[in-house]
Unconditional design. Structure first.
Length: 321
């Protein structure tokens, strides 16, 4: 059955996730949706120094928004900030150096940020695909630490700030790869059996979809969404999936095309007319499961995921200075 799921996902991707799929879908976009002035609104973008994160931050800056770039690498982040300021003329671009795989750093950052800034929109874009099993200094498997626990802590730590804001939104950048995965709460840190970085990443992205659905139920005053950017030509794809990149490089979306739905979810009035908690592709809500893929999970597994992540979260909060 896993062979079936992978095959269906790849064939679907060839048709929809490539540049051609974007060009076809964009014929039905309303340009006015994103031709908006967001001056006075505050946006936080994680993983904003390259790829989809930087493309998103740049487009928000063009529309007058205050943008907080959360990045791990200080040198690359400073270059990205300068590029955004120069190209958009927007001076309200702020840089924060945080390693999203380090839960203590996220807590410390979030607690300081809540005291110093307002926030209307959180964009969880930072992620990684590590193809060998690596542990962080906290003993966490690195993909899980970054993609799942890091996203969980950043979001829950900033929810109190978002709840004070008008038209608050949280957007998480997931992947169509999650369609081949059923939520597996028995091995969150991928310590059992052979390690496949691509499938671990896909499992993390399934977890992000579940997180979004659960948050939408718990926080009615915030609009939550999760999205698939398609297959885009980003530094992360080139470094983490070199074989895939070589095979598909002539068909990959641009970074701006990959970021389009993130921008739409972040700034358009149309996005929040749709229910909170949905999964989007090319400005449309799409199913989170393939037909006959058997990737649905029981509600108790989804609730258990939230409980386990909360336990991890509080553990690292308690040791923060």
């Amino acid at each position: 059955m896993s062979w079936y799921r992978n095959t269906v996902w790849f064939v679907k991707g060839l048709r929809e996730y490539t540049r051609g799929g974007y060009e076809s879908a964009s014929k039905h976009f309303n340009p006015a949706d994103v031709e908006v002035d967001v001056a006075g609104r505050s946006f936080l973008v994680t993983g904003a120094n390259s790829g989809i994160g930087k493309a998103t931050a740049k487009e928000i800056a063009r529309r007058g928004g205050t943008v907080h770039l959360v990045c791990r690498n200080k040198e690359r982040a400073e270059v990205a900030k300068e590029e955004i300021v120069t190209e958009t003329g927007n001076q309200n671009i702020f840089l924060h150096i945080v390693d999203i795989s380090n839960p203590k750093e996220i807590w410390n950052f979030a607690e300081k940020f809540r005291n110093e800034h307002k926030l209307n929109v959180l964009i969880n874009n930072a992620g990684c695909m590590v193809n060998t099993r690596e542990l962080t200094e906290d003993g966490l498997e690195k993909n899980f630490a970054t993609n799942t626990l890091g996203t969980y802590i950043m979001t829950t730590a900033l929810v109190p700030l978002l709840e004070k804001a008008a038209d608050a939104r949280v957007i998480t950048v997931s992947s169509g790869g999650m369609l081949v995965q059923k939520l597996n709460i028995s091995d969150l840190q991928s310590g059992n059996g052979p390690f496949d970085g691509t499938m671990v990443y896909a499992q993390n992205k399934r977890q992000q979809v579940v997180l979004t659905e659960q948050w939408a139920k718990a926080h009615r005053n915030i609009h939550f969404s999760v999205m698939h950017p398609g297959w885009a030509d980003t530094p992360a794809v080139r470094s983490s999936m070199p074989d895939f990149y070589e095979r598909m490089k002539n068909s990959l979306r641009t970074e701006a095309q990959g970021a389009d739905t993130v921008l739409w979810l972040a700034v358009s009035a149309e996005a929040t007319k749709l229910p909170s908690g949905l999964f989007f592709q090319d400005r449309q809500p799409v199913p989170t499961h393939l037909p006959l893929a058997y990737t649905h999970s029981p509600p108790e597994d989804e609730e258990k995921l939230m409980e386990v992540l909360e336990e991890f979260s509080q553990k690292f909060k308690s040791v923060s200075p």
